[in-house]
Design a protein around this ligand. Structure first.
Ligand code: AMP
Length: 217
C-alpha cells in the first residue's frame, strides 16, 4: 500500500509512519528526516537547508521534488508512507507526475487533524531515539523503561533544534499558508480521509489501519 500522511507539525505523522513501517514493512519517506540526514552529513544541500529549517520556513520546491524523486524511483515496488511531502501545491502536482511515471497509485491520503493550541505543548516535549528514530514525549509517551528505546534498546535520544516555541510558530504559519491549500486538491480527487490526531496514539493507529483495510477492498 502507498499512503500519504498530511497534518501540521506535531500532528503525529512521524509517530504513525514509524508504526506502519514496523507493522507492515512499508518504507517511511520523510523529507524532514532526509534533510536532517543531509545536515548531519554536512553536505552542501544540508548546509543550504539549515538556516531555512531553523527559521521554520520551507525549503524550495525544486530541491524537495528532486530529493523525493530519487527515493520514489528506488522503491522497487515496496509500499511507502509519505510523511512531510508534499507541502505545497506544486509539490503535490509534481508527486502526481512522478507516481504516474513510475506506475504507482496512492491508496489513501490521510489527514491527521489537531487542535493548534495543543501543538506547542506537544512539539515542545518531544524527543526521539537516535538509533531508530522512534518518537517519544516527556509527558504523553515516555519509553516503557526510563532512558531505553522501546523499539531498538538504544540509550541515545535527540531533540530537534526547530522544536522551540518561536520556530514552531513559524512552522505552523507555513503549514497554514502553504500546505493547507493541498487539502482541497486531494479532496477533489476523492482520496482524502481525516483522522482525529488528538486521540491517543493507539487509537489513531487503529483508525489509520481501518482506512487502509477499506482502501485495500
Ligand atoms: P518535518 O520533519 O517534516 O517537520 O520537516 C522539518 C523541516 O524540513 C521543515 O520545517 C522544512 O523546513 C523542511 N521540509 C521538510 N519537508 C519539506 C517539504 N516537503 N518542503 C519544504 N520544506 C520541507
Amino acid at each position: 500500500m502507498n499512503i500519504l500522511l498530511l497534518g501540521s507539525p506535531g500532528a503525529g505523522k512521524g509517530t504513525q509512519a514509524k508504526r506502519l513501517e514496523e507493522r507492515y514493512g512499508m518504507v517511511q519517506l520523510s523529507t524532514g528526516d532526509m534533510l536532517r540526514a543531509e545536515r548531519a552529513a554536512g553536505t552542501s544541500l544540508g548546509k543550504q537547508a539549515q538556516a531555512i529549517m531553523d527559521a521554520g520556513k520551507l525549503v524550495s520546491d525544486d530541491i524537495m521534488i528532486a530529493m523525493i524523486k530519487g527515493r520514489i524511483e528506488q522503491l522497487g515496488g515496496k509500499g511507502f508512507i509519505l510523511d512531510g511531502f508534499p507541502r505545497t501545491v506544486p509539490q503535490a502536482e509534481a508527486l502526481d507526475q512522478m507516481l504516474a511515471e513510475n506506475k504507482i497509485t496512492l491508496d489513501a491520503v490521510i489527514e491527521l487533524t489537531v487542535d493548534e493550541e495543543a501543538l506547542i505543548d506537544r512539539i515542545g516535549g518531544r524527543f526521539s531515539c537516535k538509533g531508530c528514530g522512534a518518537s517519544y514525549h516527556d509527558r504523553h509517551n515516555r519509553p516503557k523503561q526510563e532512558s531505553v528505546c522501546d523499539v531498538c534498546g538504544s540509550h541515545d535520544f535527540v531533540r530537534r533544534p526547530d522544536d522551540n516555541a518561536e520556530t514552531v510558530k513559524a512552522r505552523l504559519e507555513a503549514y497554514r499558508k502553504q500546505t493547507t491549500p493541498i487539502l482541497p486538491y486531494y479532496k477533489a480527487k476523492g482520496v482524502l480521509r481525516s483522522v482525529d490526531g488528538m486521540a491517543p496514539i493507539d487509537t489513531v493507529t487503529q483508525q489509520i489501519e481501518t482506512i487502509l483495510k477499506k482502501a485495500k477492498g
